[in-house]
Design a protein around this ligand. Structure first.
Ligand SMILES: [Zn+2]
Length: 105
């Protein structure tokens, strides 16, 4: 996991570049026009993947057009944080189980 530092991510068939920047005020920032996700360079492991997935979910809302329905940065942030804290841990746990089962059939 410690070598995980992706340079790009594909979301809905669109490629987003991932840049790492020291002294970034937030953990991560999405520029949806330029399709660039900027991540605080000092983040590691869980914080790093969680932040990339957080920004990826913002990108999903943007690409799908759902961000127009939310029409409010706070509402969008609340939805994304609910995903972060509730659904994301479930996905990670189930993936881990699935990977383990693949190793020991
Ligand atoms: Zn956010």
């Amino acid at each position: 996991m410690s070598s995980y530092k992706p340079r790009q991510i594909t979301i809905g068939g669109q490629t987003y570049k991932i840049r790492y920047k020291k002294n970034l005020e937030d953990f991560g920032v999405l520029d949806s026009d330029k399709k660039i996700i900027t991540i605080r360079a000092t983040l590691k492991d869980n914080d790093l993947i969680d932040t990339i997935l957080h920004e990826a979910f913002h990108a999903c809302l943007e690409i799908s057009g759902l961000s127009y329905l939310l029409d409010d940065e706070n509402k969008e942030e609340a939805l994304v944080r609910a995903f972060d804290s509730l659904l994301l841990p479930v996905i990670k746990r189930e993936l881990k189980k699935a990977c383990k089962n693949r190793g020991n059939p």
